[in-house]
Design a protein around this ligand. Structure first.
Ligand code: ZN
Length: 733
């Protein structure tokens, strides 16, 4: 299947970005169909016996990945064999002399590629949970091969002819809605990839794709270079304002770089952000800020300006071959937004409110600076610093005090409680050692139906930060729920980077981290609650896949969770109401800054991909002019400036689609209001049933807009998001 195939590859290959992903190669475990089996006879399969990565999962719970037997030496032969088999399978489907049917074309494609799918379960662990320079070298070696492989399938004309025959044939109206959606998406995917082009067009498309993949690899490498090579050192005398925990880490970072006795701010968000929040030293703040926001824009061999220009030109050329005006129009066809205008309309509704809010925030900060006799005008490197002072002043929220009530194990129990109330799932730890894991900190639970006791699947949890693990938090799965070849169970996983407490102590996390914990669990529930027939129905729609997980965050501060699980780690006392109220009051704090920095990047992305690149002479000038036209406040930079905007230039995943986070948040806020207004609130049985049925179980087997309407009885309204962020809302009609 072209679409999920490409999704899987991009998830595996593209450098992991901050934030989270929920995509994975569709796994099938059933027997191969005749036509596919015949194709494999010609291939020597003796390698499968020795290569665990290619083998079907064995052991308990319908089979589990052999994470305890992974060996890097196995990966290149496994991927090469997997590619060979899948291409043979696809050719066999394409060359089938029988007339095309859903069964002999689509079901056969769903079954194909089982070996490669098995390999990618392990690949994902190496790429995200235990990366190494050795693995990254293998990744670089295999990337072009995988790119050629996906081109071969997306340009297979005989295969497309069969897809088209089913789409336009008499069988189509007799198919189920899920099957029709798979056929239609596949057909449109082939068209979008240029299957209708003549030979010259196809050749040029392949060339463009190859060059784009080189450019995106270089783009990421340049950003990484500027993150590693700009370090700001400072002395004890310059450390005023910085918390002890930050200084400990900064001292270790300096020692690592041969500067014992000094402190180091590295050029990454996790190092920069707290420095700018707490450091009293304004000159250093400016240096740190400038280094961070100049990544990829230093006029040296690691400069990304020319790469951006060429990337935009090639993307434009490719979609012009396909008859589209611009890249964004082409890209958004199968998204919820459908076209760039709809995405921009959402931005236009929220942007003025965000700007108005920034004005208030800056005024509050300026007042504090003036009162302290600072004699400054708030600059971008002052924003986080004075915002923190406003937070203490206005909301009196001590994040360390909050932490005492957020125990990692209790929060996990809280998530299980929510899962049982809403989804009727029960979580039970598996017997120690019965399911292989890749690290001793990884634990596994069995998920069952709380009423029948039937197995639903497994949930793996890899909670703690360590060397070689990518930053952030994410969810994934190693097997998805399907019924087309017999019912399968689900192997789901959550991963995060909490800092582990010393042995014998309880790990405490911040409120933000607790929200992230719930967020990722929302992705896992989305996998576990699936009720679809085919693997393809698990592929996500980019501006929709964050919605379910964002929504689950809302159960963290429900009374049921607060009363039972937010208890002090020493005294066992429930968190005081005043503290909960402070957390709630502070929830809209600094939303002007957060919304504006995010939206500036989202709007820039849409502008880049709706403008004819011949009109863009100079990237820096285009960025400046666009921001000026938007009325961007001088105190705030784009969250990702162009030369380090990896979401859109380190691959195509979020190109013309960075707006998708906000699109999903509109749905989140609106759906949360449906619960808030229900008779039994967030645990209302009737709304909960609709939630599971229309928003979780259907996955991508139904158009997301239709699914949302079935849940809510109408489309989502942006006003709910404005209320959540504390922005003024015009009276609703
Ligand atoms: Zn997410």
């Amino acid at each position: 299947m072209k679409k999920p195939l490409l999704t899987a590859l991009s998830a595996a290959i593209v450098i992991a970005l901050s934030g989270c992903s929920d995509t994975k190669a569709p796994a099938t475990s059933a027997a191969q169909s005749d036509v596919v089996a015949a194709a494999k006879i010609a291939i020597d399969d003796s390698i499968v016996k020795e290569n665990i990565l290619l083998q079907d999962f064995t052991g308990p719970y319908e089979g589990v990945p052999a994470f305890d037997k992974m060996d890097l030496d196995l990966i290149i032969p496994a991927v090469e064999y997997g590619i060979q088999v899948e291409l043979a399978e696809m050719d066999a489907i394409a060359n089938n002399p029988e007339p095309a049917t859903f069964a002999n074309t689509f079901v056969a494609m769903e079954r194909a590629g089982k070996e490669l799918s098995n390999v990618f379960s392990y690949w994902g662990i190496w790429a995200s949970n235990m990366s190494s320079p050795e693995f990254r070298a293998i990744q670089r070696e295999l990337s072009p091969k995988l790119s050629d492989f996906s081109s071969k399938i997306s340009q297979n004309e005989k295969l497309f002819a069969r897809v088209k025959a089913v789409y336009e044939g008499d069988e189509y109206p007799t198919l189920t809605l899920e099957e029709q959606r798979i056929v239609k998406s596949s057909y449109e995917g082939f068209i979008r990839s240029g299957i209708m082009l003549d030979e010259a067009g196809k050749k040029r498309t392949a060339e463009i794709n190859k060059r784009l993949s080189e450019l995106s690899t270089k783009f990421s490498a340049n950003v990484l270079n500027d993150e590693e090579n700009y370090v700001t050192f400072f002395t004890k005398e310059q450390a005023a304002g910085l918390p002890e925990s930050y200084l400990n880490a900064a001292a270790a970072a300096a020692t690592e770089r041969g500067k014992e006795g000094l402190f180091a701010v590295t050029n990454t968000r996790s190092s920069m952000d707290p420095f700018l929040t707490y450091s009293d030293n304004r000159e250093l703040r400016e240096i740190v800020w400038t280094n961070y926001y100049s990544r990829g824009n230093n006029g040296d061999e690691f400069d990304n300006n020319a790469i951006i220009k060429e990337t935009l030109e090639l993307r434009h050329e490719r979609v012009q071959l396909l008859g589209f005006d611009n890249y964004a129009t082409w890209r958004l066809q199968d998204r919820m937004a459908k076209n760039p205008q709809n995405a921009m309309d959402l931005m236009d509704k929220v942007w003025p409110a965000a700007l108005a809010r920034v004005e208030q925030e800056v005024a509050d900060m300026q007042a504090i600076a003036d009162a302290a006799g600072a004699d400054i005008k708030i600059a971008p490197w002052d924003y986080r610093y004075y915002a923190e002072k406003v937070r203490k002043d206005k909301y009196a929220l001590d994040s360390d005090e909050v932490k005492q009530y957020f125990q990692i194990d209790k929060l996990r129990d809280a998530m299980f409680y929510v899962a049982e109330r809403l989804f009727n799932f029960k979580f039970t730890p598996v017997a120690a050692g019965s399911v292989p894991v890749w690290h001793k900190d990884v634990n596994v639970w069995e998920v069952t139906d709380a009423t029948t006791g039937d197995n639903v699947g497994l949930w793996y949890l890899d909670p703690f930060a360590r060397q070689g693990k990518r930053s952030g938090a994410w969810a994934t799965y190693y097997r998805s729920y399907t019924t087309y070849d017999g019912e399968t169970n689900v192997l789901s996983a959550n991963n995060s980077n909490f800092v582990k407490a010393p042995d014998g102590q309880t790990t405490l996390i911040s409120f933000d981290d607790a929200e992230t914990y719930f967020h990722e669990f929302g992705h896992a529930l989305h996998f576990l609650a699936a009720d679809v027939k085919y693997p393809s129905s698990h592929s996500g729609v980019r501006d929709y896949t964050e919605f379910q997980s964002q929504l689950l965050e809302r159960w963290l501060l429900t009374d049921e969770v607060i009363d039972q699980f937010l208890v002090h780690h020493e005294t066992g006392e429930r968190i005081p109401d005043e503290l909960v109220q402070k957390i709630k009051n502070a929830s809209t704090f600094n939303e002007g800054f957060k919304t504006t920095e995010y939206m500036a990047s989202a709007i820039m992305d849409l502008k880049y991909h709706t403008t004819d690149p011949s009109q863009i002479e100079d990237i820096q000038e285009f960025e400046r002019k666009t921001l000026t036209a938007m009325g961007m406040p001088s105190q705030i930079p784009m969250r990702h400036r162009s030369t380090h905007f990896q979401h859109i230039f380190s691959g195509e995943g979020y190109a013309a689609a960075y707006y998708g986070y906000m699109w999903a948040e509109v749905l989140t806020s609106d759906a949360a209001e449906a619960f808030a207004n229900a008779p039994d609130g967030f645990y209302d049985k009737e709304v909960g049933e609709r939630l599971v049925k229309y928003l979780f179980a259907v996955r991508n087997a139904m158009d997301p807009a239709d699914a949302y309407r079935a849940f809510r009885g109408r489309d989502a309204k942006v006003e709910a998001l404005m209320r959540d962020r504390g922005f003024p809302v015009k009276a609703e009609d």
